[in-house]
Design a protein around this ligand. Structure first.
Ligand SMILES: [Zn+2]
Ligand SMILES: [Zn+2]
Length: 177
């Protein structure tokens, strides 16, 4: 087939001469490295939208095709989420790192609570659905730690959600000492 009629001519040509072309491009790049890097950096600066879109596309491609990269991204996300959670707990517990009701100090049990209730409703307003955890923590950090939240352990938090009170408080109220 004539090369003008074959729509894959360029692709085929590259496949056939892959080693030669790759070697040549590499040599050319090494020779012009500094100039190329400068040129690309400038282009990125002038076209931030384009650069963002390119990086995003590369990340998606890598994420799909590269299991190592996928693992790294997931680990990073997990680590960052843990750091955010720790930051939130530290701030809203006034550095005590404990449940504001029963004083439980197991970090794994601690969670954020809307002091006046309505947590799910608020999250739904923010995100369109009731999300828990990291997305909400990011929102709190982005909004400079708004007031109206406290740290409770899951027991105290759930009890307040289900029954409107925590038995610990009742016990305290009933205590005559
Ligand atoms: Zn508690
Ligand atoms: Zn409690």
């Amino acid at each position: 087939m004539s090369k003008y009629k074959n729509p894959n001519y360029q692709k085929d040509y590259y496949q056939k001469n892959k080693d030669k072309i790759d070697k040549y491009s590499k040599e050319w790049y090494n020779l012009n490295r500094d100039r190329e890097i400068k040129k690309r950096t400038e282009y990125k600066k002038e076209n931030p939208e384009w650069h963002r879109e390119c990086s995003r596309r590369n990340m998606v491609k890598n994420y799909k095709n590269n299991p190592e990269y996928r693992k790294k991204v997931r680990l990073n996300a997990k680590e960052k989420a843990q750091k955010r959670r720790l930051l939130i707990i530290t701030h809203y517990s006034n550095n005590t790192m404990q449940c504001n009701c029963c004083g439980d100090k197991h970090i794994e049990f601690l969670s954020i609570d809307h002091i006046n209730g309505g947590g799910n409703k608020h999250r739904k307003e923010l995100f369109g659905y009731t999300c828990s955890g990291d997305r909400f923590y990011s929102w709190l950090i982005r909004n400079n730690f708004p007031e109206g939240y406290q740290i409770l352990c899951y027991n105290c938090n759930l009890s307040r959600g289900f029954y409107g009170y925590c038995p610990h408080q009742k016990e305290k109220d009933e205590c005559i000492c």
